[in-house]
Every structure is written in C-alpha cells, then in structure tokens.
Design a binder for this molecule. Structure first.
Ligand SMILES: NC(=O)C1=CN([C@@H]2O[C@H](COP(=O)(O)OP(=O)(O)OC[C@H]3O[C@@H](n4cnc5c(N)ncnc54)[C@H](O)[C@@H]3O)[C@@H](O)[C@H]2O)C=CC1
Ligand SMILES: O=C(O)[C@@H]1CCC=N1
Length: 272
C-alpha cells in the first residue's frame, strides 16, 4: 500500500484501534497523524505507536492526503465546518461515523469530495477487525483500493454496493463486539452466583469464547448449528442450557436488538 499521509480527526477508541492495527501491520508511523482537542490520548498514542500528534484539525487536514473523520456523529457538522475552507479536491476523505450519510458529509464539507464511508469495529486494534465500506460512484478505483487496503490492514473488509449496507454492517459487526461482551458479562454474573471465583470465571468464559470463535473460523464447512450440535449431547447438560435460551426467546431478542441498531442508524442519518 502506498504510504499516503493519513490524519485521524478525533483520537478516541476507534482511531486508536485502527492506528494500532495499522502500525502493527507495518504502515509507516511517520505518515500517520492523530488530532484531538485534549492531550492525554494523543500523548499515549505517540508514546505507544510513534505517530505524529496535534491539536489543529485544519493544519493536519491541509497536510494530509487522507482525512479520516473519527469524531462522534453529533460533532461531525461542527468539525467539518472549518475543514470546508480547504481545497479537498486531491484528498481522500474516509468517514468512520455511524449514522452520518454521504450527502450530509458532502454538505458539511461544501464541495465535491472523494468520500468513502466505512464501518469498522474495535477488534481492529488486534488486526481482527471487520470493516464495511461504501463509496459513491465518483470515487476513483485507486481511492477505493487505498481505502480497502487501509482497512484490510486491520482485519477483514466487506464492500457494500449501497449506502444502506453500512447500517447492516453496524448491526452485524460495528456494534456486535458489545453484544458478545454483554453475553460474557451475563455469564460472569451467573458464574459468581454459582460460587466460581472471579478470576476462574473470567478465564473459563474467555477461553470458551476464543475457542468457539476459532472453531467457527477454522470450520467454514460446518454451519453454526452443526458446531452447536457437536457440543450438545442428547439428554445432557448443554441441551438443558440451550433449551432454556430458546424458551426465553434468545433468537427474537437478538433479532430485536439488531433491528434496533439499524433503526437507530437510520434515525441518526436524519438527525446528523
Ligand atoms: N467505538 C466503536 O466501536 C465504533 C465507533 N465508530 C464511530 O467512530 C466515531 C468515533 O467513535 P469513538 O472512537 O468510539 O468515540 P470517542 O469519543 O472515543 O472518540 C472521539 C474523539 O473525538 C475527539 N474530538 C471531539 N471534538 C473534536 C474536534 N473538534 N476535533 C477533533 N477531535 C475531536 C474526542 O476528544 C475523542 O477523543 C463515531 O462516529 C462512531 O460512530 C464506528 C465503528 C465502531
Ligand atoms: O455505538 C455506536 O454508535 C458506534 C457505531 C458502532 C459501534 N459503536
């Protein structure tokens, strides 16, 4: 990948995840800048990854070839306002924000832009991310290729043909690490109720989760239902646990939760 200079506008959780993955994958740290109003996160990023840091969005954007917009959706209009004064015609803009449409971003930046909307997730920090990407028709194949390679440096990528695909990625991958954390939290609480020592509970739950995820990854020929069946002895303990989940409507709860994520993304797109 050509080491274009990338400015991350907003140095929060998600920028940290992507920067960490990028540097670990060999991207030149001197070609990465992170910009944030407050200093502590910047200092930590510089100490850990050797990247450039700063507080001046405009100057960073002026110098960058690629601008990654990584602030909260509700701040996007305010952050883009001053950046709109720059000539962005030779720059690639990548947004990672949920619920801010290409139309809104183009309006905020007040000029035709080469824009790729992406939806990464926090496991990017380990190189285990999943990023959905969408680019309107005006984006060149070289900019598409760069955005794809950039996000592929921190995990798997999936291109959407339509912008609405980004909201599906939010439900399935952007937000979903939190679903798994919630499930593990619930298991941790139940384990405490069973009298398991906290450290033992964490170790057991963590290993089961990592092991289960690896089994999914390494057995693409097996459906998830088949993998589940391999654990579930007839008349045994797992069957009782699984029946309890089914009786308590786990599937419809998951369905409602993923639809709620998409609905919220659609609401945000009307708001921001
Ligand atoms: N956290 C996640 O798992 C994911 C987040 N996203 C998206 O990433 C974006 C950022 O989310 P997080 O990193 O979680 O939020 P965060 O709150 O951790 O980071 C945002 C950063 O922007 C900084 N900031 C605020 N005002 C600024 C300004 N005027 N100029 C420059 N920086 C400014 C904040 O100080 C903060 O460090 C959001 O739009 C979110 O929708 C997308 C995928 C996953
Ligand atoms: O919760 C959010 O809105 C962001 C988008 C996906 C993950 N975090």
């Amino acid at each position: 990948m050509d080491n274009r200079h990338i400015a991350f506008i907003g140095a929060g959780n998600m920028s940290r995840s992507i920067i960490s993955g990028l540097v670990k994958s060999g991207y030149d740290a001197s070609a990465i800048s992170a910009i944030n109003p407050s200093q502590p996160k910047l200092d930590a990023l510089q100490a850990e990854f050797g990247i450039n840091i700063g507080n001046d969005n405009i100057e960073a954007c002026r110098q960058a070839d690629v601008i990654v917009l990584a602030v909260k959706p509700q701040l996007m209009a305010e952050v883009c306002g001053p950046i709109a004064s720059l000539d962005l015609s030779n720059k690639l803009i990548i947004s990672i924000a949920a619920g801010v449409s290409c139309n809104s971003l183009t309006e905020y930046l007040q000029q035709p832009i080469a824009l790729v909307r992406t939806m990464p997730n926090t496991p990017s920090m380990l190189g285990l991310g999943l990023t959905g990407l969408y680019a309107p028709d005006n984006v060149t194949s070289s900019d598409r290729a760069f955005a794809g390679k950039l996000m592929a440096a921190v995990g798997e990528i999936v291109w959407s043909q339509q912008e609405s695909g980004i909201n599906q990625v939010i439900a399935c991958a952007g937000s979903s690490p939190a679903y798994f954390f919630l499930f593990m939290e619930a298991m941790e609480q139940a384990a405490a109720g069973l009298g398991v020592a906290p450290d033992d509970a964490r170790l057991m739950i963590q290993q089961a989760a990592v092991g289960a995820a690896q089994m999914v990854k390494q057995n693409p020929q097996l459906s998830l239902a088949e993998l589940r069946a391999q654990v579930t002895s007839k008349g045994g303990t797992t069957a009782e646990a699984i029946n309890t989940f089914e009786q308590h409507n786990l599937r419809s709860t998951v369905d409602a939760a993923m639809n709620a994520a998409v609905n919220r993304a659609e609401q945000m797109a009307n708001q921001f």
